[in-house]
Design a protein around this ligand. Sequence first.
Ligand SMILES: [Zn+2]
Ligand SMILES: [Zn+2]
Length: 290
Amino acid sequence: MLLDFSNGIEKIPVLISQKDYKEIKQKSKFQYILNYVSSSKKIQLFNHLIQPQCWNQNNYDFGGKLIQMEKISHNLIQEPIIECHENQQCDCRNKVVQKGLKTKLQIFKTKSKGFGVKTLEKCEKGEFICEYCGEILTKKECEKRLKIPKESNYILTVLEFIGFSNSNQSENLGEFDPKLIVDWEEKVSEKKFPFIMRTNIDSEYKGNVSRFFNHSCFPNLSIFFIRFDYQIPHVGFFANRNIEPEEELCFDYGTFIHSLEKMGDCDSKVCFCGEECCRKFLPNFSNFFD
Ligand SMILES: [Zn+2]
Ligand SMILES: [Zn+2]
C-alpha cells in the first residue's frame, strides 16, 4: 500500500511505500510545506506584484508546456518568467506553476543514492513538475548552516538576473561578476538596486517532494525562475525532454554556480548518476561564500 507523503497538502498525493515513509520519519523531523517560509524577519515573503490587467505573456503553449526552453536555459543567469496571478481577471494560459503539482510522483529508495523521486506517468518536454519549496535563508543563516558538517545538504542557492540600475553597466551577462550578486536582505533602497539576486532555499527541515530529487550530470529536469506573487522567485522544475513512467527525476545541482569555479574540491562526494558525461563529483557549495 502506498501513502501520501504530503499528508493531503498537495492537490494529488505524493506516493511513498509504508516502509520508506517510516524510514524518513525516523531519520528526520521533516515538515511538508507548499511555497516558502522565511527564516528571518529581514526577508519578507508577501509583497504582491499583482496588477489587475493581464501581463500578456506567452510563456506556455496551450498544453501548459514551457515554450523556448533552450533559449532560456542557456543563459548563465536567468531572467524570471512572469506569470499572471490567479487573482488577475484574465483567463490567459500564463498560469501554470502557481497551480501546483499535477504529475503522479513517488519517493523511492534508489540503488546507490539514498531516496529519490520517480514519475509514475509520462512527462512531455516543457511540462512543469513542481517547485523547490523550503525555508528562505539570509546569507548569514546560510553560511552558518553550510558550516555544520552533515551527510547531506539541502540548500539550493539560485541566482536570478533582475536588472541594471543604470545604462552604464555592462549588459553582457556572459561576463559574470560575483560582485554583482546581492542577497535579498541587502535590498534596502532603490539606490542599491540589485543586479543579480541570490536566493538560498533550504529544504532540510521544511520542504516538498523536490527535496528528494537527486543530482545528475545529464538531468531530465531544468530549473526556471517564475514570478507571480512574492518578492522572491519561485524555483520551478520543468521536464527538459520527454520522460517515461518509472524514470527517476533529477536535476543538475551545479547549474547556476558553474561560473564561480569553486566546485569540485576534495571534500566533494562521488556522483552516482551513471551518465556518460558524469563529472564524477557532486557540486560542492561549502565555500560558495568565501
Ligand atoms: Zn493573463
Ligand atoms: Zn554524475
